[in-house]
Design a protein. Structure first.
Length: 255
């Protein structure tokens, strides 16, 4: 990459070109009455209205709480199961086919069954979000352990490492890039599942709830605000974890 293109201000400026063009096109469309869109100024007014009332903060915090609670359940379970499947082949043969079959069902597709079991409430929402983060974490952790070079495992055998030492000093460092990739994917899936469950379960608060309420009230400006906030938060979470991933893998020359 050209050195001046790699500078942070330049990268930010380039990244703002597409949004600026989108807003210009949006303003033109609404001014010409080509499509039924709330103009950017009306959306800005709606954003201020939601911010002043406190509704936006309340809904944002409710969604973040659901998403990260589900992640806190699903990611550790997924990483643990994936590593166990990668180390012990009998476990892989025993539960692998079942897990690979279950992951083919869309996460939102579990809502009716979960609703029958637990009711359309917090337990169902967390179960779906946890499942959405479990599978990418499990798959990538399994793949990460499987791709650790045999020579490193042989070195552990020479030094007579215990299972715990083998996991700590050989398998986890070797699998870490793919484990973190799985967590990155889990973040995206959990965020999508959280908004989806809020839309379908009738939660008390959340960005999905606000989006549905805006549809009922025919507030297109509010709906666009919620969509924009959802996209911005998802992007921010992804970028923050990307920076954390680079720091955790700073010992790798390629990162």
């Amino acid at each position: 990459m050209t050195p001046w293109l790699s500078r942070f201000p330049v990268r930010v400026a380039i990244g703002l070109v597409a949004p600026a063009l989108l807003i210009a096109w949006w303003q033109w469309q609404t001014s010409a009455h080509i499509v039924t869109f709330a103009p950017p100024a009306a959306v800005g007014t709606a954003l201020l209205e939601l911010a002043r009332s406190g509704d936006l903060l309340r809904d944002t915090l409710a969604t973040l709480k659901r998403a990260f609670t589900g992640l806190a359940i699903g990611v550790p379970l997924g990483v643990a199961v994936g590593i166990a499947m990668g180390i012990w082949k009998p476990i892989d043969r025993l539960v692998g086919p079942l897990l690979h079959a279950l992951r083919q069902v869309p996460m939102i597709g579990w809502l009716p069954l979960m609703g029958l079991w637990f009711g359309m409430g917090t337990t169902t929402e967390l179960a779906v979000v946890s499942m959405s983060s479990f599978f990418p974490s499990m798959l990538n952790s399994h793949a990460g352990v499987a791709q650790v070079e045999k020579r490193y495992i042989e070195v552990g055998s020479i030094f007579r490492f215990s299972v715990a030492q083998r996991i700590r000093y050989i398998l986890l460092p070797g699998a870490m890039p793919l484990v973190l990739t799985g967590i990155t994917q889990a973040l995206a899936f959990a965020w999508i599942a959280t908004i989806g469950t809020e839309l379908l379960t009738g939660a008390n608060a959340g960005l999905g709830v606000a989006m549905q309420l805006a549809q009922v009230q025919q507030r297109l400006d509010v709906m666009l605000v919620i969509i924009g906030v959802t996209a911005a938060l998802g992007f921010t979470i992804n970028q923050l974890f990307r920076q954390l991933r680079q720091w955790l893998l700073r010992w790798q020359p390629s990162v």
